[in-house]
Design a protein around this ligand. Structure first.
Ligand SMILES: O=C(O)CCC(=O)C(=O)O
Ligand SMILES: [Fe+2]
Length: 320
């Protein structure tokens, strides 16, 4: 007789598992929890109304206001990791009720590791966050986007392609682009993603949210920001990116997967301030930081990787 428990055990979040329906039968969930996991599994995102208090949002806006100069021409399009400076940004990234939903979805401890604050719509083109933040095992990552004011057709609301998370996680190798050290290649990736979505039957959906609403998207859901139509209209928002414990965390954009050069990230848990240890199947993984890249030093032999980096540094070119 086949061993179902073993057959269905995969190194994936259960909400992303091909055995999701069977796994669901084994969970003892409330009707609301059930509805949430089913929706997340099928669509790749979850909209939660009124999750973050308006009081906290207003406090955050007051705190970060000085980061945005009055002269519109000098406005930074986004502020990364303001959590290091402002307790309120940290608080938005560490909301217990959101942690609970993430624990339900991923059944691992969430690790908020990056914040982005926006005053205006980003008008970002279609992408999946996995190109920036991936994990081993895969898909233990998600985005949590908090509306700090209403979004509408004018101020560049979010869009996503429902169910696109089920696609494979495209990396640069898949689409014939070399791993990079800057953003030069990134527009090619975005062009590919948009083209792929449009020619494979995915329908772009725009989402309008109220202040305090939260959108959780799965790591591989393709999304972006709509064009701003209303002139100088604001779209205050904060997104926090989360990993989950017990993984290796890397950036596919800077990695050469097949030469075992995973560009590992330096992950700090925003909620605790602690540096996160990379691990593989429960075993801690040590890392080497070459100044430019952080490599895994595991049970595998990684000297060639290191030598290659040294060569590159000394010669200013690749040795082979
Ligand atoms: O806020 C937006 O328009 C998009 C943000 C986004 O794609 C992200 O932070 O991953
Ligand atoms: Fe994104």
């Amino acid at each position: 007789m086949k061993n179902v428990a073993v057959a269905q055990k995969m190194n994936l979040p259960w909400v992303e598992s091909p055995f999701f329906n069977d796994l669901l039968l084994k969970r003892n969930l409330t009707p609301e929890q059930r509805e949430r996991v089913v929706h997340y599994n099928r669509e790749g995102f979850l909209l939660l109304h009124q999750q973050v208090s308006h009081d906290l949002i207003d406090r955050t806006l007051r705190e970060i206001e000085s980061e945005y100069p009055a002269n519109v021409g000098e406005q930074p399009s986004r502020h990364q990791d303001l959590w290091k400076k402002y307790a309120s940004v940290r608080e938005i990234a560490s909301q217990p009720q959101i942690f609970d939903v993430l624990r339900l979805l991923y059944e691992r401890e969430p690790i908020p590791f990056q914040t982005l604050n926006f005053k205006f719509g980003t008008q970002q083109r279609a992408h999946s966050d996995t190109i920036h933040f991936s994990s081993v095992p895969a898909r233990f990552m998600c985005g949590v986007w908090v509306a700090m004011e209403e979004t509408n057709a004018n101020n560049g609301p979010l869009f996503y392609y429902p169910r696109s998370h089920r696609q494979k996680e495209f990396n640069y190798f898949d689409i014939g682009i070399e791993a990079e050290e800057n953003y030069a290649e990134y527009p090619h990736y975005e062009e590919f993603m948009e083209e792929f979505m449009e020619t494979n039957g995915y329908q772009r959906q725009e989402i309008h949210m109220q202040k305090g609403d939260v959108l959780i998207w799965s790591s591989n859901l393709v999304h972006g920001g709509m064009p701003i139509k209303g002139g100088n209209v604001t779209r205050w928002s904060q997104v926090t990116h989360y990993y989950f414990e017990g993984c290796m965390y890397y950036s596919p954009r800077f990695s050469d997967m097949f030469a075992n050069n995973l560009n590992l990230r330096h992950v700090v848990n925003i909620a605790t301030g602690k540096v996160i240890q990379h691990s593989e199947n429960g075993r801690p993984i040590e890392t080497i930081n070459t100044g430019k890249f952080r490599y895994a030093v595991s049970h595998n032999f990684t000297l060639p990787v290191l030598l290659k980096e040294v060569f590159k540094k000394v010669l200013g070119r690749k040795p082979f």
